[in-house]
Design a protein around this ligand. Structure first.
Ligand code: PMP
Length: 352
């Protein structure tokens, strides 16, 4: 750090994104991307004209994309916010609603802690139970921002909508963020509750189920007043927050929604296959509703398995955190990728 940086910035432990190595080609099961390409409609949308138009600023209201998403989710256009990846929206939520503090689980998406530190927000870390279940009763009557990933990362576990409703009802004066990055792989979306609960901010992304991680497109659905808050931050930081190509690609992706939902079904099948194979090899696998699974074996440590897989050209994600260091998070890819992963695992555990 430079000698000009603030004490707070110096102290922050920044988020570490999953590896994106360039040294050789890996089977990449470490950052929860989709193994399937964007739809034909998306590929057609990024044409010569779209590229030529890059000389012009993008539409700050992202009108076409916004109305397509509003229609898809059955909400009004004023209930939709769009941003440069859902991380951006989570950032805005901490900025806007974190003044009285924030609470989230001990094992969850690591960025929540980083945002809290960035804004000097006091974070209450609420431990998940022994089997990584979130107990909704721990979140009743909080006087601070509540952030819950549902499905959770990196466990893939979900909580039912009725429990989210209990949390919303018991915290009418604080914002509850439900991070639904992985909801399309078998979870239940809370978007339908936004009409009734003014304190609910549902956050989604095009990075996972819609094969657009590299385009950076996230969205939030909420009561108009919450969306207006986020718009205000956007217009106070970066009004052109979604570039032209991403707006076109996003609108085309919404039109091709069926293609993406079919891909989700394939991933769910590949997930079932991978879980069954890992269990047959003696692994403990947490029941996941996401496009990844969280697994461990007593045959070797989490890091050992991660390194042995990397040596065989398969990348998974290992977190060096006491409660979860025995586990690896494995993104569900195509059937071929998962077969290659399983045979690498078989080789590794066979050699021990
Ligand atoms: N929420 C969760 C739970 C995630 O795992 C991720 C992906 N790292 C994100 C949000 C952010 O995704 P993006 O910024 O690509 O939309």
């Amino acid at each position: 750090m430079s000698r000009f940086s603030s004490e707070r910035l110096n102290k922050i432990e920044a988020y570490t994104p999953g590896e994106q190595p360039r040294d050789k080609s890996y089977i990449k099961l470490n950052t929860n991307e989709s193994p399937y390409p964007p739809s034909e409609g998306v590929i057609r949308a990024i044409n010569q004209k779209a590229v030529e138009d890059l000389r012009l600023y993008s539409d700050p209201t992202a009108k076409e994309l916004r109305s397509a998403l509003a229609e898809l989710y059955g909400v009004g256009e004023k209930n939709v916010f769009l941003s440069n990846g859902s991380d951006d929206i989570l950032n805005f939520a901490f900025m806007a609603y974190g003044a009285a503090g924030a609470c989230f689980a001990d094992i969850t998406y690591g960025f929540y802690q980083v945002f809290a530190e960035l804004y000097g927000i006091e974070a209450e870390i609420i431990p998940l139970s022994e089997d990584f279940t979130l107990d909704y009763r721990d979140y009743l009557g909080k006087d601070k921002l509540i952030v819950i990933a549902n499905p959770n990362a990196p466990t893939g576990k979900t909580i039912p909508l009725w429990q989210i409703e209990e949390i919303l009802g018991a915290n009418p004066d604080t914002v509850v963020v439900i991070d639904e990055a992985y909801v399309d792989f078998g979870g239940e979306s809370a978007v339908g509750l936004t009409e009734r609960y003014q304190n609910l901010l549902c956050v989604g992304t095009f990075s996972k189920s819609r094969s657009m991680a590299g385009a950076r497109l996230g969205f939030a659905i909420a009561d108009e007043a919450l969306i207006a808050d986020l718009e205000k931050i956007k217009y106070s930081t970066n009004p052109y927050n979604i570039n032209r190509l991403t707006q076109l690609a996003g609108a085309a992706a919404v039109r091709d929604n069926g293609y993406y939902m079919d891909n989700c079904k394939k991933i769910i099948k590949n997930r079932d296959y991978t879980i069954a194979e890992l269990k047959a090899l003696g692994f403990e696998v947490i029941d996941s509703k996401a496009n990844f699974i969280f697994a461990k074996t007593d045959k070797c440590g989490g890091e050992e398995l991660y390194l042995a897989l990397k040596e065989r050209g398969v990348l998974v994600r290992h977190f060096e955190k006491p409660r979860i260091k025995d586990y690896n998070r494995i993104t569900i890819g195509s059937r071929e990728e998962m077969e290659a992963f399983i045979s690498a695992v078989r080789e590794i555990v066979g050699e021990i």
